[in-house]
Design a protein around this ligand. Structure first.
Ligand code: NAD
Length: 365
């Protein structure tokens, strides 16, 4: 079985789907790994690190399995042979056209976003591994944009108060943001609509902001709020926000526009020099004033809405992502051959399309 690793084509992307350490493990299991020359360059992984790990340099698209970070472009789909398998972020909820296009091309697609959030599948949870990077990086971005210190400083020239950081939406990214801000010495507070998050917030030394609105949906995710709940939340949040130096927002509801948690008037009541980092930009943003992929200033408050923070830490982001891909791929292998068991709940959920009968080794029997 051959595995192809293309160079990512999306602008600004610096990650690569496999790293040499993972290539070595796959080769030890009898797989042949084909890496596109320069695939790891932006992640600072030279071609010869891949070849030393046992990979060949060459055309990744003719492999049995192609592993990617970003969803394929139309041109890339055109390069995938019928009967092949694609593993990567495939945006199943936000780009529902991709599955039918892969099906028409005779390609089986496994979306890392669709891996269920269950204990057994934690090693394949790329949403979590990349959200950890984003949450960490969001705090560093906020700290560098903020005109004030994060830690309390006691110096001969006087004492500086610690910054107060509010994290809205405490999933994986939010929890990492709270922990990172705490390590930098800030006073931290977290808020989420899932009440079970309160204990996790406290476990990283943060206060829990209780607004009395709870909205638990399916699969451990939040649901969208009703009109009434939204109004209640907005009013209470808006009052709380102005007291913080930094607000980091990560609130998402799968497949839906991001909830609007920070209205313009709340931003305008923040102290000059404060910072908002909005990690929900790709889903429209949690802050009314966010401009996805841009950093703007409104009433002396900096609002950053970066779209791909994991790509700004390509070494570790790729390393973690590669382990997620490896774990999913290994679940699909029997004696080194691709033979996914679709009765397995993880594979059944991750598979967004199967190749048609008679088109290769992934045909349903
Ligand atoms: P996510 O990226 O979908 O959303 C981020 C956070 O925003 C979530 O905590 C969500 O509750 C919150 N949110 C949504 N709407 C909101 C609103 N209106 N106001 C405030 N907050 C709002 O979440 P995620 O990081 O992908 O995590 C999703 C779930 O999966 C969590 O329960 C997480 O703990 C769980 N998880 C489980 C495992 C596992 O057991 N294997 C691994 C990772 C994550």
């Amino acid at each position: 079985t051959s595995v192809g690793v293309p160079r990512e084509s999306v602008a600004g992307e610096r990650r690569v789907a496999l790293v040499p350490g993972v290539v070595e493990r796959l080769c030890a299991q009898g797989l042949e790994v084909r890496v596109e020359p320069g695939a790891g360059q932006a992640a600072l992984i030279p071609d010869d690190a891949f070849t030393k790990a046992g990979a060949h340099l060459g055309d990744p698209w003719s492999a049995d399995v192609v592993v990617k970070v970003n969803p394929p472009s139309a041109a890339e789909i055109g390069k995938l042979p019928r009967g092949s398998t694609l593993i990567g972020f495939l945006a199943p909820l936000t780009d529902p056209d991709l599955a039918p296009r892969l099906r028409a091309a005779g390609v089986a697609g496994f979306a890392l976003e669709s891996v269920p959030r269950i204990s057994r599948a934690q090693s394949m949870d790329a949403l979590s591994s990349q959200a950890n990077v984003a949450g960490y990086r969001a705090v560093l971005l906020a700290a560098s944009e903020c005109t004030r210190f994060f830690p309390m400083l006691t110096t001969a020239a006087g004492t500086v108060k610690p910054a107060s950081v509010l994290v809205l939406g405490v999933g994986v990214a939010g929890l990492q943001a709270l922990a990172t801000a705490k390590r930098l010495g800030a006073r931290t507070t977290g808020y989420d609509v899932r009440p079970e998050v309160a204990d996790q917030v406290r476990s990283v030394g943060a206060k829990w902001l209780d607004l009395g609105v709870s909205a638990v949906g399916e699969g451990g995710y939040a649901r969208e709020l009703t009109e009434d709940e939204r109004a209640e939340q907005a009013q209470r949040l808006s009052a709380a926000i102005s007291g913080f130096d930094v607000v980091i927002t990560t609130a998402l509801v799968p497949g839906r526009p991001a909830p609007r948690l920070v209205p313009a008037e709340a931003v305008r009541r923040m102290r000059p020099g404060s910072v908002i980092v909005d990690l929900a930009g790709a889903a429209g943003g949690n802050c009314e004033l966010s401009e996805p992929d841009r950093t703007t200033v409104d009433h002396e408050v900096t609002i950053a809405a970066p779209l791909n923070l994991p790509a700004t830490m390509p070494e570790h982001a790729s390393e973690l992502y590669a382990r997620n891909v490896q774990a999913l791929l290994e679940l699909m292998l029997v004696d080194g051959r691709l033979a996914p068991d679709f009765t397995d709940e993880v594979l059944a959920a991750a598979c967004i399309t199967r190749s048609e009968p008679g088109e290769g080794h992934l045909s349903p029997s």
